[in-house]
Design a protein around this ligand. Structure first.
Ligand code: NOJ
Length: 549
């Protein structure tokens, strides 16, 4: 196993719109991040992953880029960005940007040109199919509902968009387009950026026959077998690596919808020379029901554990995992995998321990370090997210029970994770002087950074401790992993070991006390989220780390 800085690093993810507003327009900005760099550094993290901050009409909050080389004025523009990068590097923090190269905005000059005529030099930067306005080329459904095909009257063709119609897919078959993308990557590396998270990178190679999807295929299968892992994906990633990535000492993580155990190792193993890590979604789609994300079913805990074990095994010693439980596209981790009521504090600490003791690079999403929770607005109008709104409209059109659907929105909406970061109990949670672009969570008076700083027992202080603990013990980073109780319905118990040390980590993922006794004689307890530790029982959401001799 090779050891590198990005394997031993911890990543903190920022969703800039919701982080900190300094200009009083209700939208977070880069100066807000600069203001909070000392706070971020105090956590003990090494890398900041910044969600897109480029120029964008914001149909999908920056995941629709209209200028890949310009920072949006809304966020402070290029001047703010240069200052942010300098201030981060001064503190030894690295910056991972977000590369959105499966699609651009329809307002990008490339698309503006492309749609004008079939002989326009940019036309082939996108994916077109002939047809008539009432018959799309196939039955593909966009991730955000509706056909993936949009009619362009000027050329009498359809263009493909796997996301919104304002996010046309780029044509990676075109070598000139690929060159443009590599030049963009190079531009940012030359500026000093330390890496990229690559948005839906598993989707860039299309199955160009564009065959209909079988009617009864689940969304997860469509992703894996139809949209993702196309025939040239590894050719493109190898080329990208060769042309640009390999020239810098940087980190890459590919967002990998549809990347499963079979495909995963190819994207990240050392020999393949493609990416450093991927985000797979096996554990985050466990609650998708027969009708997908907004038809949720309970998470199968045994499967949840098995997924971590299977990926650990699949990546072996030549690949490397990313360890994350949520991000800006999923609900709050404490609400989804913990208990955000009575056991919010305990379960948030347990989840922090999971993140810091599994094998892989841990990713913390902003606000999880203070145990921020989901929101439950009673009206759809309080939701901003295009995915949520489109899913709502589709459900309404299908005549679904909308009270029931609102419950699904409460559980699954991406806005759960996008509410403004709760800095204090001041107006708007100390996020902005102005009404925020999206409502703050009502619980901000209790759950906020200020309060957490003052409480020595807070989730925030626990994060700092558990991060420091991981850093102090390379075994927790590189050591081997084995699940000791894979079939237990409540407990997740695993060993991490190498020649230096052995650790046993045990979590009680439940609201009930659970019998458990450590059998190893020579042990010392090095971390727990309870002050009193019982000999034969784990309390609700208790988490412990033992060092074994
Ligand atoms: C994944 C991003 O994380 C998400 O926010 C976005 O909507 C889609 N990709 C499309 O870019």
């Amino acid at each position: 196993m090779t050891k590198t800085w990005w394997k031993s690093s911890i990543v903190y993810q920022i969703y800039p719109r919701s982080f900190k507003d300094t200009t009083g327009n209700g939208i977070g900005d880069l100066y807000g991040i600069i203001e909070k760099l000392d706070y971020i550094q105090s956590l003990g993290v090494d890398i900041i992953w910044l969600c897109p901050v480029y120029e964008s009409p914001n149909d999908d909050n920056g995941y629709d880029i209209s200028d890949y080389r310009k920072i949006s004025e809304e966020f402070g523009g290029d001047v703010a960005f240069d200052q942010l990068l300098a201030e981060m590097h001064k503190r030894g923090l690295k910056l991972m940007m977000d590369l959105v190269a499966n699609h651009s905005s329809d307002e990008h000059p490339w698309f503006q040109q492309a749609k004008k005529g079939k002989d326009n030099p940019y036309h082939d930067y996108y994916i077109w199919k002939a047809g008539s306005p009432d018959t799309p080329p196939n039955n593909w459904q966009s991730v955000f509902n509706g056909s993936t095909w949009e009619w362009n009257a000027e050329t009498e063709e359809y263009y493909l968009h796997l996301y919104t119609r304002k996010q046309p897919d780029l044509n990676w078959e075109n070598p000139q387009l690929r060159k443009e993308i590599y030049a963009i990557i190079d531009f940012w590396f030359a500026k000093g950026v330390d890496g990229f998270r690559m948005d839906v990178i598993s989707l860039i190679s299309k199955r160009t026959e564009y065959k209909d999807v079988p009617k009864d295929m689940s969304f997860i299968d469509v992703m894996e077998k139809v949209y993702a892992n196309g025939p040239k994906i590894h050719t493109y990633l190898k080329e990208m690596n060769q042309e640009v990535l390999s020239k810098y000492d940087i980190v890459t993580v590919g967002e990998g919808p549809g990347v499963n155990l079979e495909h995963g190792p190819r994207y990240v193993s050392d020999q393949e020379k493609e990416l450093n890590m991927v985000f797979h979604f096996d554990h985050l789609t466990l609650d998708f029901g027969p009708d997908g994300k907004y038809d949720p079913v309970p998470v199968d805990f045994i499967r949840f554990k098995a997924i971590f074990s299977q990926w650990d095994e699949a990546l072996g010693t030549t690949g490397w995992n990313s360890i994350f439980l949520g991000n800006h596209d999923f609900s709050r981790i404490v609400s989804r995998f913990g208990n955000d009521g009575e056991y919010r504090e305990k379960s948030a600490k347990l989840l922090a321990t999971v993140l810091m003791t599994l094998k892989g690079t841990p990713y913390i999403y902003q606000g999880d370090e203070i145990g921020m929770t989901n929101v439950s607005h009673d009206h759809i109008d309080a939701y901003d997210d295009v995915e949520t709104r489109n899913a709502w409209a589709a459900a309404e059109a299908a005549g679904k029970d909308m009270d029931q659907f609102l419950k699904a929105v409460h559980w699954q909406s991406r806005d759960n994770a996008r509410t403004p970061l709760q800095w204090s109990d001041a107006k708007n949670a100390g996020f902005s002087q102005h009404t925020p672009w999206i409502p703050v969570n009502e619980n901000y008076a209790q759950i906020n950074v200020d309060a957490a700083e003052k409480d020595p027992n807070s989730i925030l202080h626990y994060y700092r401790k558990i991060i420091a603990l991981r850093k102090a013990h390379p075994t927790l980073i590189y050591g081997e992993y084995k699940d000791l109780l894979p079939a237990d319905p409540h407990l997740y118990c695993y060993k991490r070991w190498d020649q230096e040390a052995t650790f046993l980590v045990i979590h009680n993922f439940s609201d009930t006390p659970t019998n458990w006794k450590l059998t190893e004689e020579n042990h010392s307890l090095i971390q727990s989220n309870y002050s009193e530790v019982l000999a034969t029982e784990l309390s609700p959401w208790e988490s412990r780390i033992y060092s074994l001799d």
